[in-house]
Design a protein around this ligand. Sequence first.
Ligand code: NAD
Length: 214
Amino acid sequence: MKGQTEVSEAVVNRLPRYYRYLRELYRKDILRVSSGELADMMGVTASQIRHDFNCFGGFGQQGYGYNVKFLYHKISEILGVQDNFSAIIIGAGNLCRAIATGPIFTHRGVRLLAIFDNNPAKAGSTVAGVSVYPIEQLHEFCGKNRVDIAVFTVPKAAARESAERILGTGIRGVWNYTNMELDLSTHGIAVQNIHLGDTLMTLCYTIKERSNEA
Ligand code: NAD
């Protein structure tokens, strides 16, 4: 397999989508799939799929297609699904509840260990069975438990404070929902800034363009 540093961000960004489709096929006990079949399902071209998989050394056999189980496990491995990543959430509000309650972590092999909040009234409660701790206990918790990912679901005004709190804890990634763009690369921390509103705007734009064409 080629080193992942050679793989473009665009390809990496497509991998979770391959992962979702392959998980579906795997669950349905489908043993193999051709690049054409996968392309039809996903609404992309077969050559794009072959190109993307070639970045990781192929995986397919001429005339056979792709072994679904093998490919599913390979992409899981590339994405770190089997790395047992662990996460905490900072901000025990509405969004935290939505994220913690759904299967978003478990489907991707990430364990949600704890939730932290600065509202003393929330400490000692649970969200989806996960304990909420006072934010002051974050460092101590991370000293006792390996935490890889912090999810920020605090108000925008608390984004920087939360970023400062995680420094020196060993946390290596932030899934940031605060609408405040964060860049923690100088601290060796990867950040994914999530803006659900952006996808809604893209949808509005597409609708507008189509009605202009009609
Ligand atoms: P909320 O008010 O229900 O929850 C916020 C929680 O953060 C509260 O429990 C509060 O006590 C806690 N908090 C505040 N300051 C804190 C601090 N300094 N340290 C620790 N905890 C602190 O809000 P919500 O509806 O869950 O939204 C959370 C954030 O997510 C907001 O910034 C909102 O704008 C954002 N949001 C983003 C998207 C997106 O697509 N990016 C979508 C929805 C909401």
